[in-house]
Write a protein of this length. Sequence first.
Length: 353
Amino acid sequence: MKRDDSKVEAENLESRELLPIGEVSLLTGVNAVTLRAWQRRFGLVIPARTPKGHRLYTPENIQQIHEINAWLAKGVAISKVKPLLMSSALATEADSTALQEGDLWQEQITALNSALFELDQQKLHQILDEALGLYPFQLVKQKLLQAWMAQLPALLEPRLDAELLLAWLESELASRIGGRAGFAGQASLAQIGIVCLPSVQGQKTAEQQSGYSSMSHSGINNSSITNRLYSLVLRLELAELRVSVINLGVLDTTSLGLINNRLKVDALLLVPEANHPPSKIFELQSVLEKMPLSCYLIGPFAPTLTALSVFMAPDLAEWVSQVSAAKEQHKKQLRKQKNSAAEAEQGGQADER
């Protein structure tokens, strides 16, 4: 008698090493939304299914995801990837395609600039939705977000409406950060506070002493613009890593000590501006050494504070994984202590009887 095909398929699935979409996302850096979009729109990475319809990915699926990531890193658009996976003989053609698609990200940057200067909310979110929905976040971060925001300070600094544009962009991206931080019903892996450390007001730089002012027509200096834009990308990345963020804005060095034992976060990420004199660096070092809370320096100007290299931020993804593991271990210890206390109480009650 012929066996039921569905039972045969189920047994075949059980005999293989299969991973659910969440684990595949962590393993490959491609989030679940993007994996579903690749399958639905381009017929890429077709997983197996459980009887209830849940996706299960084979080792071959995971290898294909890595190959897709490699093509995307070369500049190939996701819509052009599928034929390249079918034959290694197309490598030369792929290199040519990558060169032709090299303008893909620059075209999106130009469109983002247009949306910003026109305060076009719909256009801004449409571009970001498309990029974040079809490409791994780290690729979007490197090729689009960081590249875009590296260009913006020079474009914004001479404008009279720079503060307006920055405030609007911060508002729009903050709404996206809040939406992405929902974690699809999952608990956050960590909670951190972000603090921007301003440069010393009134400290004259060599340029200012020579008669050149580093301030723009808008009154915002270049390093301040750079840091505000960097903080937006940082918050988007942390949301992608399932980290809950408390944005504490701009605080001077002396204000950091006021946070002690008052804010329930796993760490502080400090984003310094440029031009910190040695006296202020020493003051910051003294404060950080006394903080019971873990504090890390991060951002484009952090590497300039070489005397504080011990406080430089680790790799964010690795750090979040470590914090999450430590929190789980702490929870287990608390549960164990609670159970031991309950057992001891029950034993005491039994003795009284």
